[in-house]
Design a protein around this ligand. Structure first.
Ligand code: XGP
Ligand code: MG
Length: 222
């Protein structure tokens, strides 16, 4: 049996990835930069400062603003994002997540969270999910954003589990890269993801028996 499953939050447990996109899009528009959902794939799993850098780079504005201005832009985006969070409730947990959490608990599997978002604790609380998690990585304590494996390695350490005995679940390409680099088994949610050990289109397809069977097959035949 795997000893732990580590979840990404935005886009896996709930659809806040869409809220991040809408907030970034509004800020970008103000700066005269247009971003679409395809571009937004590059912001998924990437922390606030790095996300802003990518948006500015897209328009050749990487060096156009002072650190104080960039800080102001990040604050504006975060205020917009938090407005969108206001109505978040347990009804916004994506399909398949609660049954999987229950099955993991029943199987004695440890449960972790690996989100680079500094809003993760509030999102988890609004969804009513805090009690399910044995360990949540602290986004503010990280040196590197995904695709660096730091956050997944931190989660495994916090759970007391070796990475090669753990599964990571992600909707971002940067997240899959991070899981793979950590030595964990990667589960990708989304049609366009590459490199995942096991890939599904939607969270509704997540089922513990299937996940277990795929993980065990990998252990037998790496
Ligand atoms: P925080 C967020 C980023 O702003 C966003 O661009 C990423 O997609 C998201 O984290 C990844 O989960 O970080 O601004 O909520 O701290
Ligand atoms: Mg995500």
């Amino acid at each position: 049996l795997p000893q732990a499953v580590v979840f990404d939050l935005d886009g896996v447990i709930t659809d806040t990835a869409e809220f991040h996109f809408l907030a970034w899009q509004q800020l970008a528009q103000k700066l005269g930069i247009s971003i679409d959902r395809a571009f937004n794939e590059q912001l998924k799993g990437v922390n606030r400062a790095d996300s802003l850098t990518r948006i500015l780079q897209r328009a050749g504005q990487a060096d156009a603003y002072t650190p104080a201005q960039r800080q102001q832009f990040m604050t504006e985006k975060n205020d917009l994002y938090r407005e969108l969070l206001a109505t978040l409730s347990p009804a916004d947990i994506l399909p398949g997540i609660l049954p999987l959490l229950a099955d993991l608990r029943a199987a004695g599997c440890r449960i972790g969270l690996a989100s680079v978002s500094e809003n993760a604790p509030q999102v988890l609380a609004s969804l009513g999910l805090c009690d399910w998690f044995h360990f949540c990585a602290d986004a503010r304590a990280l040196t590197h954003s995904k695709p660096h494996p730091e956050i997944f390695l931190t989660a495994c350490r916090g759970l007391g589990v070796a990475p090669d005995q753990a599964i990571g679940i992600e909707d971002a390409q940067a997240g899959i890269t991070a899981i793979n680099a950590s030595g964990m088994y990667s589960v990708g949610i989304g049609a366009s993801l590459t490199g995942a050990d096991y890939r599904l289109n939607h969270t509704g397809e997540l089922a513990w028996p299937d996940l277990l069977a795929h993980w065990q097959a990998e252990q037998a035949c790496p």
